[in-house]
Design a protein around this ligand. Structure first.
Ligand code: PMP
Length: 405
């Protein structure tokens, strides 16, 4: 069993008071806090090895390049990618998905081809496909959900056909916590010859993900939701697909040779990493991976699962409470409403007590429309959260309900 009280000591930001109360940070699905190890790695990079990567022959350039590539190796190992060249560094999940839409999409998806997404997607996994469909006259199909927030798999089977070229769905819902049956989704898509992109932004922080076991074609996620720095993300892709895809952006690093009568492109992954990358944050990301692996990803998952169950039990008797998202398989995301009360009012009363939750549509407007609600209050848990924090949260939520109802 991990000890969250000990873990909390690694997170300087958690030691502060907000509105005179100890900070309770329950907005982890938006971004997690960073341990001292990651903050130190960032400072260490700038104080000891800052240089541009892959270009210089001098000491610092080699040191920075080595640290940069070590992160690629660590990411590959973490998600069980066959080779580190299949790990592309981006700014985040959003850029990873846009890269696939702009490069794979523009070149391998055409008029009349179909792309399947789901009702519960984050805007990042909706808008790039809408843009592509507009440009290519392809057809965007939306897989519906039930009232618990689960994908309707029978409908999925019926939507799939040889016209389906791509399926793009989330692994774990940021708004509801639903864990989707991605293995099955991928297997069924492959039977029809379609490729699959999984938005793993909310999965990698909580679960061990194995891209080879999943047999997934593209997998996207962000460092900042898994105790790592902002501005750094990952796209994993199958080698043959990445090699067949043209570059996403042109510039330095992504070329082999530039001539005015033609340019040859670099190999993967560099073909997709034009310009000076976010070196410092990539280097610091290795510390975040080491941190999670040091605690144990299974232990983190178990702790968060316990917190979710504890939180569900703790708030179930709050007057007017309605849980939003009651899938059988759920990650540590607790979305709810107090009937008749605007989520923002609940969020503001909790903030006055030092409790940070998210309110609103969680970048999932079509999902909120489907559920017929303006948004939810969302508490999402991480490795450093405790049952004592949930006790305070439940008490303050009850007080808020008394005031607002
Ligand atoms: N997909 C999901 C499921 C998310 O939760 C988020 C972040 N809220 C994103 C995509 C976008 O991630 P980023 O902002 O790091 O690009």
């Amino acid at each position: 069993m991990l000890n969250p009280e000990l873990i909390r000591r690694d997170f300087p930001i958690l030691q502060q008071k907000v509105n005179g109360k100890p900070l309770i940070y329950f907005d982890n699905a938006a971004t997690s806090q960073k341990p001292r190890q990651v903050i130190d790695a960032l400072a260490h990079y700038y104080t000891s090895m800052n240089a541009n990567v892959h270009r210089g022959v001098h000491f610092l350039a080699e040191k920075a390049t080595e640290a940069f590539e070590e992160t690629r190796q660590a990411v590959a190992q973490m998600i069980n990618a066959p080779a580190k060249e299949q790990i592309i560094f981006t700014r985040g999940t959003t850029e990873s998905i846009n890269l696939v839409a702009a490069s794979y999409g523009r070149n391998f998806i055409g008029e009349g081809d179909e792309i399947i997404i789901s009702t519960m997607e984050h805007h990042s996994n909706i808008v790039p496909w809408q843009m592509l469909c507009l440009e290519k006259k392809a057809v965007l199909k939306v897989l519906p959900i039930n009232d618990a927030g689960e994908l309707l798999m029978e409908e999925y089977r019926q939507m799939l056909s040889t016209r389906t070229k791509l399926v793009a769905v989330m692994h774990v819902s940021n708004a509801l916590g639903t864990v989707n049956p991605v293995s099955e989704i991928i297997r069924l898509a492959h039977e029809q010859g379609a490729k699959v992109l999984i938005d793993g932004a909310q999965a990698v922080p909580h679960y061990l993900v194995d891209v080879q076991a999943l047999d997934v074609d593209f997998y996207a996620f962000s460092a900042h939701k898994m105790y790592g720095p902002t501005g750094m993300g990952i796209l994993y892709g199958k080698r043959d697909l990445l090699e067949a895809m043209p570059p996403y952006m042109g510039g330095g690093e992504m070329i082999k040779e530039v001539r005015f009568n033609g340019t040859t492109y670099n190999d993967i992954p560099y073909k997709f990493e034009a310009g000076t990358p976010n070196i410092a944050d990539v280097v610091a990301m290795k510390a975040a991976i080491d941190y999670m692996q040091g605690i144990g990803q299974q232990a983190i998952a178990q702790h968060e699962q316990n917190l979710l169950q504890y939180a569900v039990d703790s708030i179930s008797s709050v007057p007017g409470i309605r849980l939003v998202g009651t899938a059988k398989q759920k990650a540590s995301v607790l979305s709810f409403l107090i009937e008749g009360v605007h989520p923002m009012d609940v969020g503001m009363l909790l903030d006055a007590k030092g409790i940070a939750v998210r309110t609103g549509n969680h970048c999932a407007m079509p999902l909120m429309e489907r559920l017929g609600i303006p948004g939810t209050v969302r508490a999402s848990f991480a490795v450093y959260n405790t049952e004592a924090e949930i006790d305070t949260f439940a008490k303050e939520l009850r007080r808020a309900a008394d005031i607002l109802l």
